[in-house]
Design a protein around this ligand. Structure first.
Ligand code: IPM
Ligand code: MG
Length: 354
């Protein structure tokens, strides 16, 4: 049971350290090896996804990632930006299925910016396609061209999906819905974009194989609106890479804090990269105030999806519920009457609750 740990940048190292402590506490058989990804890898080697990291990631059974990025690297050429490392590892390991659950813990209902009655009991799973779409489509670039008689810069990207790519992610969504409330909402922009017309057509055809699951369709602008108007109407949302990026950030905030949300990125063999949905938060890095719960819950998803250790995964989730019930709160979810807790102390509390 080999785990490759990629702490990354910003708060990444602090939060993954807590997740690793929890993993080792639930099962002593885990072998953990660390490597660089993102900005720290650029600093060390000029490459955000160095060969040594690639080797370790390929050999491991699962990967735990903290976060990548920071303002220091924002002006670097695209290939040397931390985000390119993340995109490269997703593509390299064919991690096409990104599962982003948005679950509201009852204790945190007050932390949401939405009214408690709108979000109470919220439990959504966003299934985001992760290795296609406009994120990876060619051609792409910024060039100087003559347009309307004027030399000027011109930026372009290409959105595309093959039928097979849509079927592959569609199956993940339908299968997941079977274990939940049996509703899939497919999100597209078929009124404007041909790629997503195909997306809708393929999802509709595929739904014939899942008669026990109800498939609905929604345009992405409407979905963005419905997520804040009446989020509990959703069970599983399936969508492409770019729409999924945007909607998953939106959904995360319904739950009070993006600091609570784990994610899994899986390939066809069930190998997975597990990471919090939040970013590297450079402004709070190194201060022992970041919320490690998303990283800890990502470790729990790893046990569930890659190692099929359901009881151990439940133990971690129950421990997280327990520390919330005990009133422990990092700054992002702190409120009157609760105990303000640092990163390390939150890890301690989860370990004690295990
Ligand atoms: C995410 C992030 C990444 C993405 C960035 C960091 C490249 O926003 O995982 O949602 O856009 O996929
Ligand atoms: Mg994002």
């Amino acid at each position: 049971m080999k785990i490759c740990v990629l702490p990354g940048d910003g708060i990444g190292p602090e939060i993954t350290a807590e997740a690793v402590r929890v993993l080792k506490a639930v099962d002593s058989r885990f072998e953990v090896e660390e490597a660089l990804i993102g900005g720290c890898a650029v600093d060390a080697s000029g490459d955000p996804y160095p060969e040594s990291t690639r080797k370790l990631a390929r050999e491991a059974d699962a990967i735990l990632l903290g976060a990548v990025g920071g303002p220091r690297w924002d002006s670097a050429p695209r290939g040397q930006r931390p985000e390119s490392g993340l995109l490269a590892i997703r593509k390299d390991l064919c991690l096409f299925a990104n599962l982003r659950p948005a679950v509201l813990y009852p204790e945190l209902a007050e932390s949401s910016t939405l009214k408690p009655e709108v979000v109470a009991g919220l439990d959504i799973l966003i299934v985001r396609e992760l290795t296609g779409d406009i994120y990876f489509g060619q051609p792409r670039g910024i060039e100087t061209r003559t347009i309307d008689g004027k030399r000027q810069r011109f930026g372009f990207n290409t959105m595309h999906y093959s039928e097979a790519e849509i079927v592959r992610i569609g199956r993940v969504a339908f299968e997941a819905a079977r274990k939940r409330d049996k509703n899939v909402c497919s999100v597209d922009k078929m009124n404007v974009l041909e790629t997503t017309q195909l997306w809708r057509d393929v999802m509709t055809e595929l739904s014939n194989e899942y008669p026990d699951v109800v498939l609905t369709h929604m345009l992405v602008d409407n979905a963005a609106m419905q997520l804040v108007r009446a989020p509990k109407q959703f069970d599983v949302i399936v969508t492409g890479n770019m729409f999924g990026d945007i909607l998953s950030d939106e959904a995360s905030m319904l739950t009070g804090s993006i600091g609570m949300l784990p994610s899994a990125s899986l390939n066809e063999q069930g190998k997975g990269l597990y990471e919090p949905s939040h970013g590297s938060a450079p402004d709070i890095a190194g201060k022992d105030i970041a919320n490690p719960l998303a990283a800890i819950l990502s470790a729990s998803m790893m046990l569930r999806y890659t190692f099929s250790l359901q009881a151990e995964a439940d133990r971690i989730e129950n421990a997280v519920r327990k520390v919330l019930a005990q009133g422990y709160r990092t700054a992002d979810i702190y409120g009157p009457g609760t105990k303000k807790t640092g990163t390390r102390a939150m890890g301690d509390a989860v370990l004690a609750a295990l």
